[in-house]
Write a protein that binds this ligand. Structure first.
Ligand code: FES
Ligand code: FES
Length: 173
């Protein structure tokens, strides 16, 4: 948690499909507000500086790093956390079936980033979509298989994360 100075505000937004009024400093990190004010501890903190993806949530359907989003920016918008999937999303079962999770710290962020992928995402789309999410345990192949399984494909993942990151950097130029 980072210290914040000054006035708290009540911010109305949609949290996991329900309207919510949450009081916190507008510059407090969304990550901290979710975990502390909202009690939603499924969203994890890894690096705290936008590098690991552990804190990924959906903001109006787009994957964002909650450690980089000031709480005031969610006013009037829709936030979805891993709790919003209610344990019933096909991605959640697929991560278990395919061995896509070991220690589990990266898993909520991986699942939320995968949930933001478009329908019919190719293996390349999956690699690029998850390139900002770091896992120290699984070697990624189980994760890619899980995302592909949830999308209805059982094709094995191949290739390297380094290749996916190179493509992401190229696309960002
Ligand atoms: Fe947010 Fe690492 S904790 S990107
Ligand atoms: Fe441990 Fe990904 S399962 S960091």
């Amino acid at each position: 948690m980072l210290p914040t100075i000054g006035m708290e505000h009540t911010v109305r937004f949609v949290l996991n499909g329900k309207s919510a009024d949450v009081r916190a400093h507008p510059m407090k990190r969304l990550l901290d507000v979710l975990r502390e004010e909202c009690g939603l501890t499924g969203t994890k903190e890894g690096c705290g500086e936008g590098e690991c993806g552990a804190c990924t949530v959906l903001l109006d359907g787009q994957a964002v790093n909650a450690c980089l989003v000031p709480f005031g920016q969610v006013r009037g918008r829709s936030v979805k956390t891993v709790e919003g999937l209610r344990g019933r999303h096909p991605l959640q079962q697929a991560f278990v079936t395919e061995g896509g999770t070991q220690c589990g710290i990266c898993t909520p962020g991986m699942i939320m980033a995968a949930a933001a992928l478009p329908k019919g995402a190719t293996l390349d789309d999956v690699r690029v979509g998850l390139a900002g999410n770091i896992c120290r345990c699984t070697g990624y192949e189980g994760i890619y298989r899980a995302v592909r399984r949830a999308a209805g494909s059982r094709l094995p993942a191949s290739g390297s994360r380094r290749q996916a990151q190179a493509r992401t950097r190229k696309a960002a130029r």
